[in-house]
Design a protein around this ligand. Sequence first.
Ligand code: MSP
Length: 523
Amino acid sequence: MPDRTFFTTAIDYTNAAPHIGHAYEKVLTDVLARFERLCRRPVYFLTGVDQHGQKVQQSAEKEGLSPLEFAEQCTAKFLALWSTLGVEFDGWAATTHPLHKQAVQRILQRLFEDGQLYKQGHRGFYSVRQEQFLTDKERNEAGEFGPEWGQVVELEEENYYFRLSAHKDWLLSFIDTHEKFVLPAFRRLELRNAVERLSGDLCISRPKKRLSWGIELPFDPEFVTYVWFDALINYISFAGYLADPGSGLPEFRSLWPAKAHVIGKDILIPAHGVYWPIMLHAIGFSDDEIPTLLVHGWWNISGAKMSKSLGNAVDPVVLAERYGVSALRYYLMADISTGRDADFSEERLRMRFNDELANNVGNLLNRSLNMAHRYRQGILRAATTTDADLLALSEGEAPRAVAAYTQAMEHYQIDASLEAAVGLARTCNQLIESSAPWKLAKDPDQAARLDAVLYHLAEALRLVAILLSPVLPEAALGILAQLNVAAPPHLADAVWGGLPDGHLLGTPVPLFPRLEAPPAAAD
Ligand code: MSP
């Protein structure tokens, strides 16, 4: 068994700048990894870039650059974005890395020697955009290859094929017996139907005369490896699979199997749901060593697909500058349910931030600290209380919120986990209204009640900060600093009563200033 929880993401094509969809997937996985750290469970988060293939070669040609120069330029944009967005990964999978190339070639050599690969000639129609030969199944009702295939040319060439269909029955029974192979469940059914229809083998080579930007086949230097075959292997190559001792890569058995490959719905069928498990199976991985695919939905624009070619791609760099990283991370995690699609809207980004963070959590922090300073010089009293409304918070609402949060996080439902955290803050704002500390402060007989209310507000805020920390690491530290809590967030500390009697609170500083629409808003 691995000793670390291992998450991977899809590796992004380096043929264009990152958009909000790429950012979503990486922030989602960052949040999952941060939750593991919050639970003090060892975690390893691998992400990276898919630098080979025809698209990169073509984009590089257009720019007058070598494929490597172009891929590296593009890679730098992804790396800069992850640093801006606080995406903290442990391993970086860039497929031009020599150790990755070595692993891909070792795997190909093994499969070749094992009879899993064979060479064959083929004449047919080839989609340049999708980098694949087309069959009659791909023709539309008019009998043509539709615009989604881009330029289609007739080609004849020899290539190497991987015996995919030999493993079809195994894959069907694997899907049937492994409920958790694909999450959410409806995607598993979709995949099963696709596998039923599977026929033929997978072409895993490209002749160098047509495409030179790839990893050379170790047994035939006239060919490079098909980009998907190369890219999928990143999940094991960068985890140390088949690496020599002292390579600097992790110890493979300490990581594998990955707990989840986090991918978008467009790359489930056939790449991750068909090719990848069959590749692992053919290399000799057991059924228990095949990771779960966590399939997320898409961010669309008014229901339509976002893409560079349509000119509607949302630039995360612009949004982070305009609204700040906290607002962007919060929106991307709160306004989509993992597995489903969502519509991206700047107006909703502002609205959710203002309603849930500025007016709710931020306001609670500010009011609570101000009152504690005004009435009690910032000092908390931790006496026991019998007040029903306060007990309902400390013994009911707060532990329920922590439990609901944990349950949602363990099931990758980040939106629900945020609702639990924000809901607790909302309850506290209501408590301020109903208990009216400004009235209590005027009545000496209510001194104990006022102390208890102020303690409850501060203590609930401490829990809210811990719960928000995977999504809003900086803001959570900001809340804790204002509460004068130095310990880094730890889920085990999210139990009532952590602030000691006599605790001195820090000074309030606005953390979530309200967002305004920019003068010429894009939406
Ligand atoms: N390079 C391949 C993946 C190889 S993994 C071995 C690829 N790259 S990609 O750049 O096109 O997409 C990277 C990830 O971003 C994919 O998981 C994809 O689903 C995701 N997204 C791309 N557009 C998206 C949205 N609009 N919304 C959410 N995620 C989307 O595919």
